[in-house]
Design a binder for this molecule. Structure first.
Ligand code: SAM
Length: 274
């Protein structure tokens, strides 16, 4: 008989968020597949769990996945955990679950915290419909292209981002999505937990002044209906507002053209003519 794979959520900062069932599962399985065994060892030590571990991360998933499946098929049980939060959510696990499904191996979830859902809950933005985007491509053009695709998304959008890329990402979001509401959820469940409910332009300004530190989830308001139907006159007013803030006319015309769909050249020349 084949064993079972347990997909176990672990805390995103505060160890007290580890569920009783998660502890029990880690105690009872034959072995643990961990994204980083050093990180998971700290968790195991905290809960006084002694268990054999194998490392399973994005760079060895193909080779280790096969080995784990062989052990599961021989009847062993395995728990997969990542450094923090739910496995399979912008984290290793998806391939292993798929391999289990292909091989007829049972999978069981032990749900735990996820930064995305925790941030959404605190965002103060609409939670009834949302999409999870995870990490944007770090490459500038690919990131802008993806944001263009998301521009007309009406549902709340959840992003993950590393602190050293945050400023570039916020600027790209402002450039493509316009001045929407954004909630930045920082260091959730940790000592310096902070929720910043602001707009994209203010967020850009904020982190120009002080460098971002810690882990962030960005929860961005979906497209609001009026954006779709801005008149040409309103687009010119938007340009005026940006120019008043100190933005060069050419950049302001480009940003507003992206936001509204009007042609940059037409906006530019009409603005100068008025
Ligand atoms: N699987 C994890 C989950 O379910 O939350 C996410 C892993 S992903 C590799 C790591 C990203 O999650 C970070 O870059 C950050 O965007 C977000 N994150 C993780 N912990 C966080 C925390 N305590 N506060 C804010 N964001 C966090």
């Amino acid at each position: 008989m084949s064993g079972k794979l347990y997909v176990v959520g672990t805390p995103i900062g505060n160890l007290e968020d580890m569920s009783v069932r998660a502890v029990k599962t880690l105690q009872e399985v034959d072995f643990i597949a961990a994204e980083d065994t050093r990180v998971t060892l700290k968790l195991l030590n905290h809960f006084e769990i002694k268990k054999p571990m194998v490392s399973y991360h994005e760079h060895n998933a193909r080779e280790k996945g096969g080995e784990i499946i062989t052990r599961l098929l021989s009847g062993q049980t395995c728990a997969i955990v990542t450094d923090a939060g739910m496995p399979c959510i912008s984290d290793p696990g998806e391939d292993l679950v798929r391999l289990c499904a292909e091989n007829g191996i049972d999978t069981v979830v032990i749900p735990g915290p996820s930064a995305a859902i925790s941030a959404l809950a605190l965002s103060g933005l609409s939670t009834s419909k949302f999409v999870f985007e995870g990490f944007l491509n770090p490459q500038k053009n690919a990131r802008l292209e993806r944001l263009e695709e998301l521009k007309r998304e009406k549902r709340t959008i959840i992003f993950y981002e590393a602190p050293h890329k945050l400023c570039d990402t916020l600027s790209a979001m402002y450039q493509v999505l316009g001045d929407r509401k954004i909630t930045l959820a920082r260091e959730l469940t940790k000592i310096y937990e902070e929720v910043i409910r602001t707009t994209l332009s203010q967020a850009v300004a904020l982190f120009e002044e002080k460098a971002p530190k810690g882990e962030f989830v960005l929860v961005v308001e979906g497209m609001v209906e009026e954006e779709q139907s801005l008149t040409f006159e309103q687009a010119l007013e938007l340009i005026q507002a940006l120019v008043d803030k100190g933005e060069p006319l050419s950049k302001a015309a480009k940003d507003v053209a992206r936001q509204t769909g009007f042609k940059k050249g037409e906006l530019y020349s009409r603005f100068l003519a008025e």
